[in-house]
Design a protein around this ligand. Structure first.
Ligand code: AMP
Ligand code: MG
Length: 486
Protein backbone atom coordinates (compact mmCIF):
# COMPACT_ATOMS: atom_id res chain seq x y z
CA UNK A 1 0.00 0.00 0.00
CA UNK A 2 1.28 3.42 -1.00
CA UNK A 3 0.71 6.55 1.03
CA UNK A 4 0.85 9.92 -0.69
CA UNK A 5 -0.13 12.49 1.90
CA UNK A 6 -1.07 15.88 0.54
CA UNK A 7 -3.29 17.42 3.23
CA UNK A 8 -0.39 17.84 5.59
CA UNK A 9 1.41 20.04 3.10
CA UNK A 10 -1.28 22.62 3.82
CA UNK A 11 -0.60 25.29 6.47
CA UNK A 12 -0.30 24.30 10.14
CA UNK A 13 -3.76 25.66 11.07
CA UNK A 14 -5.40 22.93 8.99
CA UNK A 15 -4.50 20.04 11.31
CA UNK A 16 -2.63 18.74 14.30
CA UNK A 17 0.06 16.10 13.95
CA UNK A 18 -0.96 13.42 16.39
CA UNK A 19 -0.55 9.67 16.58
CA UNK A 20 -3.38 7.38 17.59
CA UNK A 21 -3.25 6.54 21.30
CA UNK A 22 -2.34 2.82 21.58
CA UNK A 23 -4.94 0.46 23.00
CA UNK A 24 -4.54 -2.43 25.40
CA UNK A 25 -5.54 -5.52 23.50
CA UNK A 26 -6.66 -5.00 19.90
CA UNK A 27 -8.57 -7.86 18.28
CA UNK A 28 -9.69 -7.89 14.68
CA UNK A 29 -13.47 -8.12 14.21
CA UNK A 30 -13.48 -7.89 10.47
CA UNK A 31 -11.33 -6.83 7.55
CA UNK A 32 -12.91 -5.88 4.23
CA UNK A 33 -10.88 -7.99 1.81
CA UNK A 34 -12.43 -6.65 -1.40
CA UNK A 35 -11.91 -3.05 -0.40
CA UNK A 36 -8.43 -3.86 0.88
CA UNK A 37 -7.51 -5.39 -2.46
CA UNK A 38 -8.72 -2.32 -4.36
CA UNK A 39 -6.51 -0.17 -2.14
CA UNK A 40 -3.50 -2.34 -2.84
CA UNK A 41 -3.23 -3.76 0.67
CA UNK A 42 -1.18 -6.93 0.97
CA UNK A 43 -3.66 -9.78 1.39
CA UNK A 44 -1.28 -11.95 3.36
CA UNK A 45 -1.13 -9.85 6.51
CA UNK A 46 -2.24 -11.97 9.44
CA UNK A 47 -5.08 -11.14 11.81
CA UNK A 48 -2.86 -10.09 14.68
CA UNK A 49 -1.01 -7.63 12.53
CA UNK A 50 -4.22 -6.30 10.97
CA UNK A 51 -5.49 -5.71 14.51
CA UNK A 52 -2.31 -3.84 15.39
CA UNK A 53 -2.44 -1.68 12.29
CA UNK A 54 -6.15 -0.88 12.39
CA UNK A 55 -6.15 -0.06 16.07
CA UNK A 56 -3.34 2.44 15.56
CA UNK A 57 -0.92 0.44 17.73
CA UNK A 58 1.36 0.08 14.73
CA UNK A 59 1.92 2.95 12.33
CA UNK A 60 2.47 1.84 8.76
CA UNK A 61 5.42 3.04 6.73
CA UNK A 62 4.46 6.22 4.91
CA UNK A 63 1.59 7.01 7.25
CA UNK A 64 1.81 10.32 9.06
CA UNK A 65 -1.27 10.74 11.24
CA UNK A 66 -3.07 14.07 11.60
CA UNK A 67 -6.32 15.29 13.13
CA UNK A 68 -8.21 17.73 10.91
CA UNK A 69 -9.58 21.08 12.00
CA UNK A 70 -13.13 22.08 11.10
CA UNK A 71 -16.11 23.98 12.43
CA UNK A 72 -19.80 23.46 11.73
CA UNK A 73 -23.42 24.27 12.25
CA UNK A 74 -24.88 21.70 14.60
CA UNK A 75 -28.69 21.67 14.63
CA UNK A 76 -28.54 25.17 13.20
CA UNK A 77 -26.11 26.60 15.78
CA UNK A 78 -22.61 27.55 14.77
CA UNK A 79 -19.68 26.00 16.64
CA UNK A 80 -16.42 27.64 15.59
CA UNK A 81 -14.22 24.71 16.44
CA UNK A 82 -15.06 21.03 16.18
CA UNK A 83 -12.41 19.00 14.36
CA UNK A 84 -11.35 15.36 14.62
CA UNK A 85 -11.81 14.85 18.33
CA UNK A 86 -11.82 11.07 18.18
CA UNK A 87 -10.31 10.34 14.80
CA UNK A 88 -7.04 10.61 12.95
CA UNK A 89 -6.27 10.57 9.28
CA UNK A 90 -3.56 7.95 8.85
CA UNK A 91 -2.81 9.20 5.38
CA UNK A 92 -3.96 9.22 1.78
CA UNK A 93 -3.72 5.91 0.00
CA UNK A 94 -2.82 6.00 -3.64
CA UNK A 95 -4.47 2.98 -5.28
CA UNK A 96 -3.25 0.79 -8.14
CA UNK A 97 -5.92 2.61 -10.25
CA UNK A 98 -4.36 5.98 -9.48
CA UNK A 99 -7.17 7.03 -7.19
CA UNK A 100 -6.63 8.68 -3.84
CA UNK A 101 -8.49 7.78 -0.66
CA UNK A 102 -8.25 8.99 2.92
CA UNK A 103 -7.68 6.29 5.50
CA UNK A 104 -9.00 7.32 8.89
CA UNK A 105 -9.19 5.68 12.29
CA UNK A 106 -12.30 6.55 14.27
CA UNK A 107 -12.15 6.05 18.04
CA UNK A 108 -8.38 6.42 18.10
CA UNK A 109 -7.92 8.62 21.17
CA UNK A 110 -7.77 12.24 22.15
CA UNK A 111 -6.54 15.06 19.95
CA UNK A 112 -6.41 18.78 20.43
CA UNK A 113 -10.00 18.88 19.13
CA UNK A 114 -11.43 16.48 21.71
CA UNK A 115 -12.86 19.17 23.99
CA UNK A 116 -14.34 17.17 26.90
CA UNK A 117 -14.45 13.90 24.96
CA UNK A 118 -12.30 10.86 25.58
CA UNK A 119 -11.50 10.36 21.90
CA UNK A 120 -12.84 6.83 22.02
CA UNK A 121 -15.80 5.05 20.51
CA UNK A 122 -17.91 2.32 22.02
CA UNK A 123 -18.21 -0.83 19.95
CA UNK A 124 -21.90 -0.30 19.03
CA UNK A 125 -21.41 2.75 16.78
CA UNK A 126 -18.45 1.01 15.11
CA UNK A 127 -20.67 -1.94 14.16
CA UNK A 128 -23.47 0.38 13.02
CA UNK A 129 -21.18 2.45 10.78
CA UNK A 130 -19.48 -0.62 9.33
CA UNK A 131 -22.75 -2.32 8.40
CA UNK A 132 -24.69 0.72 7.23
CA UNK A 133 -21.89 2.33 5.20
CA UNK A 134 -21.16 -0.93 3.40
CA UNK A 135 -24.88 -1.42 2.77
CA UNK A 136 -25.16 2.10 1.36
CA UNK A 137 -22.28 1.42 -0.99
CA UNK A 138 -23.90 -1.81 -2.20
CA UNK A 139 -27.18 0.07 -2.70
CA UNK A 140 -25.30 2.33 -5.11
CA UNK A 141 -25.32 5.38 -2.86
CA UNK A 142 -22.11 7.40 -2.52
CA UNK A 143 -20.65 6.70 0.90
CA UNK A 144 -17.49 6.44 2.90
CA UNK A 145 -16.48 2.79 3.21
CA UNK A 146 -15.41 0.58 6.07
CA UNK A 147 -12.12 -1.25 5.78
CA UNK A 148 -11.73 -2.76 9.22
CA UNK A 149 -13.14 -2.89 12.72
CA UNK A 150 -11.36 -3.90 15.91
CA UNK A 151 -12.16 -4.21 19.57
CA UNK A 152 -9.68 -2.42 21.81
CA UNK A 153 -9.76 -4.55 24.95
CA UNK A 154 -10.53 -1.32 26.81
CA UNK A 155 -13.69 -0.06 28.42
CA UNK A 156 -15.42 3.11 27.38
CA UNK A 157 -17.36 5.02 30.00
CA UNK A 158 -20.68 6.48 28.91
CA UNK A 159 -23.90 6.27 30.94
CA UNK A 160 -22.87 2.64 31.21
CA UNK A 161 -19.54 0.87 30.76
CA UNK A 162 -19.12 -0.40 27.22
CA UNK A 163 -16.48 -2.27 25.24
CA UNK A 164 -14.38 0.00 23.01
CA UNK A 165 -13.94 -0.27 19.24
CA UNK A 166 -12.13 1.41 16.38
CA UNK A 167 -13.34 1.72 12.81
CA UNK A 168 -11.10 2.25 9.80
CA UNK A 169 -12.90 4.48 7.38
CA UNK A 170 -12.04 5.02 3.74
CA UNK A 171 -13.27 8.25 2.15
CA UNK A 172 -12.66 10.17 -1.04
CA UNK A 173 -12.31 13.17 1.22
CA UNK A 174 -12.70 14.36 4.77
CA UNK A 175 -13.19 17.95 3.71
CA UNK A 176 -16.52 19.15 4.97
CA UNK A 177 -18.64 22.26 4.56
CA UNK A 178 -17.52 22.87 8.14
CA UNK A 179 -13.87 22.96 7.03
CA UNK A 180 -14.69 25.99 4.87
CA UNK A 181 -16.71 27.54 7.68
CA UNK A 182 -13.72 27.13 10.00
CA UNK A 183 -11.56 29.53 8.01
CA UNK A 184 -14.40 31.74 6.78
CA UNK A 185 -15.47 32.58 10.31
CA UNK A 186 -11.87 33.38 11.26
CA UNK A 187 -11.89 35.74 8.26
CA UNK A 188 -8.71 34.00 7.20
CA UNK A 189 -9.10 34.54 3.46
CA UNK A 190 -5.67 33.18 2.71
CA UNK A 191 -6.35 29.81 4.31
CA UNK A 192 -9.84 29.77 2.86
CA UNK A 193 -8.44 30.25 -0.62
CA UNK A 194 -5.77 27.61 0.01
CA UNK A 195 -8.51 25.17 1.07
CA UNK A 196 -10.69 25.96 -1.95
CA UNK A 197 -7.76 25.61 -4.34
CA UNK A 198 -6.72 22.34 -2.72
CA UNK A 199 -10.30 21.03 -2.95
CA UNK A 200 -10.51 21.94 -6.63
CA UNK A 201 -7.13 20.44 -7.43
CA UNK A 202 -7.85 17.21 -5.59
CA UNK A 203 -11.53 16.66 -6.26
CA UNK A 204 -12.80 18.90 -9.04
CA UNK A 205 -9.90 19.37 -11.40
CA UNK A 206 -12.21 20.35 -14.27
CA UNK A 207 -12.98 23.61 -12.43
CA UNK A 208 -9.40 24.77 -12.49
CA UNK A 209 -9.72 26.86 -15.60
CA UNK A 210 -13.35 28.01 -15.49
CA UNK A 211 -14.23 31.69 -15.24
CA UNK A 212 -15.13 31.69 -11.54
CA UNK A 213 -13.87 28.44 -9.99
CA UNK A 214 -15.24 29.24 -6.52
CA UNK A 215 -18.75 29.88 -7.79
CA UNK A 216 -18.48 26.69 -9.83
CA UNK A 217 -17.31 24.90 -6.68
CA UNK A 218 -20.52 25.96 -4.96
CA UNK A 219 -22.49 24.68 -7.96
CA UNK A 220 -20.78 21.32 -8.19
CA UNK A 221 -20.90 20.64 -4.45
CA UNK A 222 -24.62 21.51 -4.52
CA UNK A 223 -25.15 19.12 -7.43
CA UNK A 224 -23.42 16.35 -5.52
CA UNK A 225 -25.64 16.98 -2.51
CA UNK A 226 -28.73 16.85 -4.71
CA UNK A 227 -27.64 13.55 -6.21
CA UNK A 228 -26.83 12.13 -2.78
CA UNK A 229 -29.91 13.21 -0.87
CA UNK A 230 -32.26 12.18 -3.70
CA UNK A 231 -30.74 8.70 -3.44
CA UNK A 232 -31.23 8.66 0.33
CA UNK A 233 -34.90 9.50 -0.26
CA UNK A 234 -35.25 6.56 -2.62
CA UNK A 235 -34.24 3.98 -0.01
CA UNK A 236 -35.67 5.56 3.13
CA UNK A 237 -32.33 6.50 4.68
CA UNK A 238 -32.36 9.04 7.49
CA UNK A 239 -28.93 10.43 8.29
CA UNK A 240 -30.01 11.87 11.61
CA UNK A 241 -27.29 14.53 12.01
CA UNK A 242 -27.13 16.53 8.78
CA UNK A 243 -24.93 19.18 10.36
CA UNK A 244 -22.55 21.10 8.11
CA UNK A 245 -19.59 19.34 9.73
CA UNK A 246 -21.13 16.08 8.56
CA UNK A 247 -21.59 17.31 4.99
CA UNK A 248 -18.83 16.03 2.75
CA UNK A 249 -17.66 18.30 -0.03
CA UNK A 250 -17.51 15.37 -2.48
CA UNK A 251 -21.09 14.25 -1.79
CA UNK A 252 -20.44 11.02 0.07
CA UNK A 253 -22.62 9.96 2.98
CA UNK A 254 -20.34 10.53 5.96
CA UNK A 255 -20.44 10.31 9.76
CA UNK A 256 -22.91 7.61 10.48
CA UNK A 257 -24.28 8.42 13.91
CA UNK A 258 -27.88 7.77 14.88
CA UNK A 259 -28.73 7.03 11.24
CA UNK A 260 -31.57 4.67 10.46
CA UNK A 261 -33.77 3.31 7.70
CA UNK A 262 -37.48 3.92 7.75
CA UNK A 263 -39.75 0.86 7.85
CA UNK A 264 -43.28 2.31 7.58
CA UNK A 265 -43.47 5.23 5.19
CA UNK A 266 -43.88 8.54 6.92
CA UNK A 267 -41.99 11.70 5.95
CA UNK A 268 -41.93 12.91 9.54
CA UNK A 269 -39.99 9.87 10.73
CA UNK A 270 -37.17 10.67 13.18
CA UNK A 271 -35.13 8.11 15.10
CA UNK A 272 -32.29 10.13 16.57
CA UNK A 273 -32.65 10.70 20.29
CA UNK A 274 -30.97 14.10 19.98
CA UNK A 275 -33.26 15.39 17.22
CA UNK A 276 -36.03 16.54 19.51
CA UNK A 277 -37.72 18.86 16.99
CA UNK A 278 -37.40 16.65 13.93
CA UNK A 279 -35.04 19.04 12.13
CA UNK A 280 -33.50 16.06 10.36
CA UNK A 281 -36.71 14.08 9.79
CA UNK A 282 -36.84 11.93 6.64
CA UNK A 283 -38.91 14.38 4.61
CA UNK A 284 -36.87 17.42 5.71
CA UNK A 285 -33.60 16.16 4.30
CA UNK A 286 -33.86 17.91 0.89
CA UNK A 287 -34.56 21.23 2.62
CA UNK A 288 -31.73 20.77 5.09
CA UNK A 289 -29.32 20.03 2.25
CA UNK A 290 -30.25 23.43 0.84
CA UNK A 291 -29.70 25.04 4.24
CA UNK A 292 -26.26 23.44 4.38
CA UNK A 293 -25.42 24.65 0.91
CA UNK A 294 -26.45 28.17 1.95
CA UNK A 295 -23.83 27.89 4.74
CA UNK A 296 -21.30 26.72 2.19
CA UNK A 297 -22.20 29.64 -0.10
CA UNK A 298 -21.84 32.04 2.79
CA UNK A 299 -18.36 30.81 3.59
CA UNK A 300 -17.27 31.14 -0.07
CA UNK A 301 -18.55 34.70 -0.60
CA UNK A 302 -15.15 36.37 -0.15
CA UNK A 303 -13.69 34.16 -2.88
CA UNK A 304 -16.60 34.39 -5.32
CA UNK A 305 -16.30 38.15 -5.71
CA UNK A 306 -14.44 40.91 -3.88
CA UNK A 307 -17.60 42.99 -4.09
CA UNK A 308 -19.84 41.49 -1.39
CA UNK A 309 -23.06 42.49 -3.12
CA UNK A 310 -22.02 40.88 -6.37
CA UNK A 311 -20.78 37.76 -4.57
CA UNK A 312 -24.07 37.45 -2.69
CA UNK A 313 -26.14 37.82 -5.81
CA UNK A 314 -24.11 35.17 -7.68
CA UNK A 315 -24.25 32.70 -4.80
CA UNK A 316 -27.92 33.42 -4.16
CA UNK A 317 -28.75 32.31 -7.69
CA UNK A 318 -27.23 28.89 -7.05
CA UNK A 319 -29.10 28.53 -3.78
CA UNK A 320 -32.37 29.71 -5.36
CA UNK A 321 -32.06 27.08 -8.09
CA UNK A 322 -31.46 24.37 -5.53
CA UNK A 323 -35.09 23.46 -4.60
CA UNK A 324 -36.21 22.92 -8.20
CA UNK A 325 -33.19 20.82 -9.04
CA UNK A 326 -33.64 18.81 -5.86
CA UNK A 327 -37.35 18.18 -6.56
CA UNK A 328 -36.50 17.05 -10.07
CA UNK A 329 -33.84 14.67 -8.78
CA UNK A 330 -36.09 13.24 -6.07
CA UNK A 331 -38.95 12.88 -8.56
CA UNK A 332 -36.64 11.07 -10.96
CA UNK A 333 -35.46 8.62 -8.29
CA UNK A 334 -39.00 8.04 -7.03
CA UNK A 335 -40.69 7.66 -10.42
CA UNK A 336 -38.07 5.11 -11.41
CA UNK A 337 -39.25 3.11 -8.40
CA UNK A 338 -42.72 2.88 -9.94
CA UNK A 339 -41.43 2.38 -13.48
CA UNK A 340 -42.64 5.72 -14.83
CA UNK A 341 -41.10 8.69 -16.59
CA UNK A 342 -40.63 11.44 -14.02
CA UNK A 343 -40.95 14.26 -16.54
CA UNK A 344 -44.63 13.46 -17.14
CA UNK A 345 -47.22 15.12 -14.93
CA UNK A 346 -49.37 12.00 -14.70
CA UNK A 347 -46.36 9.97 -13.45
CA UNK A 348 -45.76 12.55 -10.75
CA UNK A 349 -49.44 12.49 -9.79
CA UNK A 350 -49.43 8.70 -9.60
CA UNK A 351 -46.41 8.80 -7.30
CA UNK A 352 -47.94 11.44 -5.02
CA UNK A 353 -51.14 9.45 -4.80
CA UNK A 354 -49.32 6.22 -3.98
CA UNK A 355 -47.28 7.89 -1.23
CA UNK A 356 -50.46 9.35 0.26
CA UNK A 357 -52.08 5.90 0.35
CA UNK A 358 -48.89 4.38 1.80
CA UNK A 359 -48.86 7.01 4.53
CA UNK A 360 -52.50 6.33 5.43
CA UNK A 361 -51.87 2.58 5.47
CA UNK A 362 -48.50 2.60 7.26
CA UNK A 363 -47.05 0.62 4.36
CA UNK A 364 -43.52 -0.67 4.47
CA UNK A 365 -41.39 1.64 2.32
CA UNK A 366 -39.12 -1.09 1.01
CA UNK A 367 -41.48 -4.01 0.44
CA UNK A 368 -44.27 -1.97 -1.15
CA UNK A 369 -42.06 -0.82 -4.02
CA UNK A 370 -40.31 -4.16 -4.38
CA UNK A 371 -43.58 -6.08 -4.64
CA UNK A 372 -44.86 -3.53 -7.13
CA UNK A 373 -41.91 -4.39 -9.41
CA UNK A 374 -42.96 -8.02 -9.28
CA UNK A 375 -46.46 -7.32 -10.55
CA UNK A 376 -44.96 -6.21 -13.86
CA UNK A 377 -43.41 -9.63 -14.20
CA UNK A 378 -46.86 -11.17 -14.04
CA UNK A 379 -46.80 -12.17 -10.38
CA UNK A 380 -50.00 -11.90 -8.36
CA UNK A 381 -50.58 -8.60 -6.60
CA UNK A 382 -51.37 -10.14 -3.21
CA UNK A 383 -47.98 -9.44 -1.61
CA UNK A 384 -48.15 -5.82 -2.74
CA UNK A 385 -51.69 -5.42 -1.44
CA UNK A 386 -50.74 -6.94 1.89
CA UNK A 387 -48.80 -3.74 2.53
CA UNK A 388 -52.10 -1.89 2.81
CA UNK A 389 -54.68 -2.13 5.58
CA UNK A 390 -57.52 -1.18 3.28
CA UNK A 391 -57.60 -2.46 -0.30
CA UNK A 392 -60.13 -0.30 -2.17
CA UNK A 393 -57.97 2.73 -2.71
CA UNK A 394 -54.87 0.81 -3.65
CA UNK A 395 -56.77 -1.41 -6.09
CA UNK A 396 -57.95 1.70 -7.92
CA UNK A 397 -54.45 3.10 -7.90
CA UNK A 398 -53.08 -0.16 -9.33
CA UNK A 399 -55.55 -0.01 -12.23
CA UNK A 400 -54.48 3.55 -13.07
CA UNK A 401 -50.82 2.66 -12.72
CA UNK A 402 -51.13 -0.31 -15.07
CA UNK A 403 -52.64 2.01 -17.69
CA UNK A 404 -49.74 4.43 -17.34
CA UNK A 405 -47.27 1.57 -17.69
CA UNK A 406 -49.06 0.38 -20.82
CA UNK A 407 -49.06 3.88 -22.33
CA UNK A 408 -45.27 3.97 -22.17
CA UNK A 409 -44.97 1.36 -24.89
CA UNK A 410 -41.86 -0.15 -23.37
CA UNK A 411 -41.06 -3.82 -22.97
CA UNK A 412 -42.29 -5.06 -19.60
CA UNK A 413 -39.06 -6.86 -19.01
CA UNK A 414 -37.16 -3.62 -19.36
CA UNK A 415 -39.43 -1.77 -16.94
CA UNK A 416 -39.21 -4.62 -14.43
CA UNK A 417 -35.42 -4.63 -14.57
CA UNK A 418 -35.24 -0.90 -14.08
CA UNK A 419 -37.67 -1.04 -11.15
CA UNK A 420 -35.87 -3.91 -9.50
CA UNK A 421 -32.58 -2.08 -9.76
CA UNK A 422 -34.00 0.80 -7.75
CA UNK A 423 -36.19 -1.11 -5.31
CA UNK A 424 -34.03 -3.09 -2.88
CA UNK A 425 -35.19 -6.32 -1.28
CA UNK A 426 -32.90 -5.86 1.70
CA UNK A 427 -32.01 -2.76 3.68
CA UNK A 428 -30.21 -2.57 7.04
CA UNK A 429 -33.40 -2.44 9.03
CA UNK A 430 -32.96 -0.94 12.48
CA UNK A 431 -34.01 -4.02 14.40
CA UNK A 432 -31.50 -6.12 12.47
CA UNK A 433 -28.69 -3.66 13.05
CA UNK A 434 -29.60 -3.44 16.75
CA UNK A 435 -29.59 -7.23 16.99
CA UNK A 436 -26.12 -7.40 15.47
CA UNK A 437 -24.89 -4.68 17.85
CA UNK A 438 -26.39 -6.42 20.86
CA UNK A 439 -24.73 -9.75 20.04
CA UNK A 440 -21.39 -7.97 19.55
CA UNK A 441 -21.56 -5.86 22.70
CA UNK A 442 -23.12 -8.43 25.04
CA UNK A 443 -21.39 -11.60 23.83
CA UNK A 444 -18.49 -10.55 21.63
CA UNK A 445 -20.38 -12.41 18.89
CA UNK A 446 -19.97 -10.93 15.41
CA UNK A 447 -21.77 -13.63 13.42
CA UNK A 448 -24.98 -11.61 13.07
CA UNK A 449 -22.99 -8.61 11.84
CA UNK A 450 -21.27 -10.77 9.24
CA UNK A 451 -24.52 -12.40 8.10
CA UNK A 452 -26.03 -8.95 7.64
CA UNK A 453 -23.03 -7.83 5.62
CA UNK A 454 -23.33 -10.88 3.35
CA UNK A 455 -27.02 -10.25 2.68
CA UNK A 456 -26.62 -6.50 2.26
CA UNK A 457 -23.81 -6.86 -0.24
CA UNK A 458 -26.49 -7.83 -2.79
CA UNK A 459 -29.45 -5.73 -1.70
CA UNK A 460 -31.32 -5.90 -5.01
CA UNK A 461 -31.18 -9.69 -5.31
CA UNK A 462 -33.70 -12.08 -3.88
CA UNK A 463 -31.92 -14.42 -1.49
CA UNK A 464 -34.53 -17.00 -0.55
CA UNK A 465 -32.37 -18.37 2.24
CA UNK A 466 -32.62 -15.02 4.01
CA UNK A 467 -36.35 -14.34 3.67
CA UNK A 468 -36.61 -13.40 7.35
CA UNK A 469 -34.23 -10.47 6.81
CA UNK A 470 -36.62 -8.88 4.32
CA UNK A 471 -39.34 -8.48 6.84
CA UNK A 472 -40.19 -5.36 8.85
CA UNK A 473 -39.88 -5.70 12.62
CA UNK A 474 -42.55 -7.45 14.66
CA UNK A 475 -44.22 -5.06 17.13
CA UNK A 476 -41.84 -6.01 19.95
CA UNK A 477 -38.79 -5.63 17.71
CA UNK A 478 -39.52 -2.06 16.60
CA UNK A 479 -36.65 0.32 17.31
CA UNK A 480 -38.08 3.69 18.29
CA UNK A 481 -34.88 5.60 18.94
CA UNK A 482 -31.27 5.52 17.84
CA UNK A 483 -28.32 7.10 19.62
CA UNK A 484 -25.05 8.69 18.55
CA UNK A 485 -23.44 6.63 21.24
CA UNK A 486 -20.30 8.73 21.04
P1 AMP B 1 -20.06 13.73 15.16
O1 AMP B 1 -20.97 13.10 16.13
O2 AMP B 1 -19.23 12.73 14.44
O3 AMP B 1 -20.71 14.65 14.21
O4 AMP B 1 -19.03 14.58 16.05
C1 AMP B 1 -19.16 15.93 16.38
C2 AMP B 1 -17.89 16.42 17.02
O5 AMP B 1 -17.73 15.84 18.31
C3 AMP B 1 -16.62 16.09 16.26
O6 AMP B 1 -15.74 17.17 16.40
C4 AMP B 1 -16.10 14.87 16.98
O7 AMP B 1 -14.71 14.70 16.82
C5 AMP B 1 -16.46 15.19 18.43
N1 AMP B 1 -16.60 13.99 19.26
C6 AMP B 1 -17.62 13.11 19.24
N2 AMP B 1 -17.41 12.12 20.13
C7 AMP B 1 -16.22 12.38 20.72
C8 AMP B 1 -15.44 11.71 21.74
N3 AMP B 1 -15.84 10.58 22.31
N4 AMP B 1 -14.27 12.28 22.08
C9 AMP B 1 -13.84 13.42 21.51
N5 AMP B 1 -14.52 14.08 20.57
C10 AMP B 1 -15.70 13.57 20.17
MG1 MG C 1 -19.11 14.39 12.57
Amino acid sequence: MLFDNSYQNLPQDFFERINPVPVKDPQLIIFNNDLGRSLGIDQKINKKELANIFSGNEILKGSSPIALAYAGHQFGNFVNQLGDGRAVLLGEVSTPNQERFDMQLKGSGQTRFSRQGDGRSPLGPVIREYVVSEAMNALGIPSTRSLAAVTTGEKVFREVILPGGILTRIAKSHIRVGTFEYFATQKNTENLKTLADYTIKRHFLSLKDVANPYLSLLEIVSERQIELISKWMGVGFIHGVMNTDNTSIVGETIDYGPCAFMDEYNPSTVFSSIDAHGRYAFGNQPLIAQWNMACFANSLLGLIDKDTEKATSKAQKVINNFPNKMSEAVMSVMCKKIGLDSTKTNSQEALTKLLRIMLDNKSDYTLTFRYLSEIIKGKRDSLFKQQFLEHNQISNWLKEWKELIKDQNLAKKEIALSMESSNPVFIPRNHLVERAIEAAVENNDFSEMKTLLTILSKPYEEQSKYGEYMKPPKPLEVVHQTFCGT
